[in-house]
Design a protein around this ligand. Structure first.
Ligand code: TPP
Ligand code: SF4
Ligand code: MG
Length: 307
């Protein structure tokens, strides 16, 4: 199943595109996060989207959003956001837009853009203290083009471009830390399966100005190889095993917002996904599983040591 095989229902009114006529895969974790965040942000925003799965939501002249939508090349969403922010500021200076009617500029990209192609533009936008909110839905690969690896792909995952017996040889880039190193106004990790934690963070980000970042793990049934009904379970397991720490950066400090009391073994998360099947069959790859577990343990030991 590939999202690009779905036909867009061009004759449906826009409000139906997120419903029965959706071009997205069933159980899409990125869409789950976007739904939850859009419920809070609302229509007073301009979404600046870099090419990826979510681009399929808007097919000119339709969009399922009540606000505006700007589509950019993969590397350029933060540059597009600068243009939109500047235009809104000019309208305000000319008295053609009141502060009350101002719009949130919301960059929406996948991990391919956020971790890779668009990172330079993102860094530049932070240097300029651009007032924008960046939402990355991280499905850990180039989902729209068939799940090739990206800088967000976890160690050992099979992707369309890492098919060897040990899967992807690299390691997931720590994008949260890269953002935090720029000292933005706010940065947070979320997952759609933990909606209260997500809502609190989005509310906090909305109250602030300047560069703000929300990165959501986005379980992807199509790219990760599991049944669409398991998206919430997999999102929760990512938190319970410590694979996806829920945290925020604010005022120069990193705080963990949900520390699993007793972490489940990482196998509980990995064994549910086809992309890790080679770690369990035809025989268990104990050495690789132990390496993955050790890296997670080390992360949490450092968190505990830091108090
Ligand atoms: C410069 C450039 N290279 C390749 C593509 C083709 N392309 C379109 S979407 C996509 C995948 C983007 O991955 P990601 O940002 O993670 O979003 P996802 O598809 O996973 O939602 C690619 C490679 C493109 N649009 N632009
Ligand atoms: S490939 Fe994955 S991220 Fe893309 S629409 Fe399908 S489930 Fe969502
Ligand atoms: Mg992706």
């Amino acid at each position: 199943m590939s999202p690009t095989t779905f036909q867009h229902h061009k004759d449906l009114p826009a409000r139906h595109i997120l419903g029965t006529g959706t071009p997205m895969c069933a159980g899409c974790g990125g869409l789950e996060t976007l739904h939850e965040i859009y419920d809070i942000i609302g229509e007073k925003c301009v979404i600046v989207n870099a090419a990826g799965c979510m681009t399929l939501l808007s097919v000119y002249p339709y969009t399922p959003f009540r606000g505006s939508w700007l589509y950019t090349a993969m590397a350029s969403a933060p540059a597009g956001a600068q243009g939109v922010r500047d235009a809104l500021d000019i309208l305000q200076r000319k008295g053609e837009l009141t502060a009350r009617d101002d719009l949130e500029v919301l960059v929406l990209t996948g991990d391919g853009s956020a971790y890779g192609m668009g990172l330079s533009a993102t860094s530049g936008a932070m240097d300029r203290n651009l007032d924008f909110l960046y939402l990355c839905y991280d499905n850990e690969g180039y989902g729209n083009t068939g799940q090739q690896y990206s800088s967000a792909t976890p160690h050992a995952a099979r992707t369309a471009t890492s098919k060897g017996p040990a899967g992807f040889p690299g390691y997931k880039k720590d994008l949260f830390a890269i953002w935090a190193a720029h000292r933005p106004s706010y940065a947070a990790t979320v997952v759609g399966a933990e909606p209260l934690d997500l809502a609190r963070k989005v509310e906090k980000a909305r109250q602030l100005s300047g560069p703000r970042f929300i990165i959501s793990l986005a379980p992807c049934p199509t790219g990760w190889g599991y049944e669409p009904s398991a998206t919430v379970e997999i999102g929760k397991l990512a938190v319970q095993t410590g694979v996806w720490p829920l945290k925020e950066y604010v005022d120069g400090r990193v705080l963990h917002t949900k520390v699993p009391k007793k972490r489940l073994p990482v196998e509980a998360y990995l064994e549910k996904q086809g992309r890790f099947r080679h770690l369990f069959a035809p025989q268990k790859n104990k050495a690789l599983l132990a390496e993955i577990q050790a890296r997670i343990d080390r992360y949490w030991q450092e968190v505990e040591a830091a108090g």
